[in-house]
Design a protein around this ligand. Structure first.
Ligand code: ADE
Length: 473
């Protein structure tokens, strides 16, 4: 991830972010940080960058020309999102951090004095963001806040892979209290349960603490948590069919758009995909109305929409510019135990994340994928290969919506049980993350059906349909 900051105080940015985790990530090259002095682009002989405002009023305004030229020098004609830090922007949240963390490059524009000439903002800014309802003297601190929050979501920045996922705000709950040595401090004893070694009890206690703390300290988040729980309850009436919606909510990446007895519409924040289910035609109408609002700006239409009923899929395909791509059933691993992989087998093969070097091979063999989306999966460490003495025998991965799939075995290694081995590996990986492993099987893919049954996955009775945006082909 490359961060560029357009500022009048570059040293503030470099010093502020030069230490600790972010500084280390920058030194290691996991992220890159470059602070560009807007003053260097002033055409004035005194390097002046500000002037009085037309119409009068106190204070000076940053002029358009130096800001525009600094921006042009950084983005070099490429389309790069440019975030302007302003109290007038959208309030910054973990969701926005997750969304921005998907970019490869970002520009932050820091204002000073009374702000920046509106005309240049209109031309270069893609996102207006505020870090809270208070006024600071400039955009540098807000830019640093955002860069910190985004960087820690970039793979490799935190050394513990899972810690970015398990902290505050996932699933709308605050983190539970934590304790370290000594066992007694100021007459205060560490809660007994944490010393018990019983991991189930500890997990349960931590959840209760999180719930209680959220209720006390953040009633707004607690309300959202309760609404999510109720929605899961409703979806669970047909759990197998709705597993992808349930998991998106459980993994804390759902934006619940419509939720009534007659239907649910949500957006998976990570992939941007919409997922919808309706119990009747009225529910379907409501969902379509919500989708109309969501996609009033064509740029907000995601590549895919998942519909759970035949009538809903017809209605969405009719109302919006989407084609029906395929009909699937869900395959769900409903048990908690990991699948055994025999030692003799495990010794013969190695599993590891695919690298960009393998991108040409995998995007050629995986029939549903294009090179760009496979590249993204590799960068997110969501594609795993199985190797025998450094030869890639097959691969499997996690789709942007969290379902398991993309299974392919190289022709020369087929009929060796490698597909089954790859799937076992990924199911175990998903269990370790605390997920319910599931995949979606094209109803015409008989080989995959057989494999799911063999591994003991439960297949949903009902189908779901993937709709693809017409222009995305
Ligand atoms: N610039 C000044 N105050 C700000 C705030 N609260 N958020 C973002 N940018 C700002």
């Amino acid at each position: 991830m490359k961060f560029h900051v357009l500022t009048l105080f570059p040293e503030m940015i470099m010093q502020g972010l030069g230490t600790s985790i972010i500084g280390r990530a920058a030194s290691a090259g996991t992220i890159s940080l470059d602070a560009v002095n807007i003053r260097d682009y002033s055409m004035d002989k005194h390097k002046k960058v500000d002037d009085y405002t037309y119409g009068g009023g106190a204070g000076m305004l940053m002029q358009a020309q130096p800001v525009f030229d600094a921006w042009k020098a950084v983005c070099k004609g490429q389309k790069v999102r440019c975030v302007y830090l302003t109290p007038q922007g959208t309030p910054f949240t973990q969701q926005i951090a997750q969304d921005l963390a998907k970019e490869e490059e970002l520009i932050f524009l820091c204002g000073h004095y009374e702000g920046i000439d509106e005309r240049v903002l209109e031309e270069i800014v893609t996102d207006y963001v505020s870090i809270g309802d208070y006024v600071l003297t400039g955009g540098e601190l807000p830019a640093m806040v955002m860069i910190d929050a985004i960087s820690r979501l970039v793979p490799g920045v935190l050394n513990n892979e899972s810690s970015a996922e398990t902290e505050s705000f996932q699933g709308n709950l605050l983190e539970y209290p934590q304790y370290s040595r000594p066992e007694v401090w100021h007459d205060k004893q560490v809660p007994e349960v944490l010393l018990s070694g019983d991991h189930n009890k500890i997990r349960q206690w931590r959840l209760e603490q999180s719930v209680e703390r959220t209720k006390q300290r953040r009633p707004d988040l607690f309300q959202r948590y309760e609404r999510n729980l109720k929605c899961i309850e409703q979806l669970k009436k047909d759990k197998l069919s709705h597993i992808e919606m349930i998991e998106v909510i459980r993994r804390g990446k759902a934006r619940l758009i419509y939720f009534k007895k007659d239907g649910v519409l949500l957006q998976d924040i990570e992939s941007g995909y919409f997922m919808a289910t309706a119990t009747n035609e009225q529910g379907a109408e409501q969902i379509v109305n919500s989708l109309k609002e969501e996609m009033s700006d064509a740029a907000k239409a995601p590549s895919y929409i998942v519909a759970h009923q035949d009538f809903l899929k017809e209605l969405i395909a009719f109302e919006f510019d989407y084609d029906v791509l395929m009909e699937c059933k869900q395959a769900v691993y409903t048990r908690k135990e990991v699948l055994p992989i025999k030692k003799v087998v495990a010794d013969k093969y190695q599993f590891r994340n695919l690298t960009l070097e393998e991108l040409p091979i995998v995007s050629e063999i995986y029939s549903y994928g294009d090179e760009e989306s496979m590249k993204e999966r590799i960068q997110k460490k969501a594609l795993f290969g199985l190797y025998q003495e450094d030869s890639l025998c097959g691969f499997i991965g996690i789709h942007p919506d969290g379902s398991l799939g993309m299974l392919e075995v190289m022709p020369e290694y087929r009929r060796n049980g490698i597909g089954s081995l790859l799937e076992c590996y990924l199911i175990n990986y998903a269990l370790k993350q605390g997920w319910t492993p599931f995949g979606q099987v094209d109803v015409t893919n008989l080989a995959s059906w057989k494999l799911q049954e063999k591994l003991g996955l439960c297949l949903s009775k009902n189908s779901l349909w993937w709709l693809e945006k017409k222009s995305s082909k």
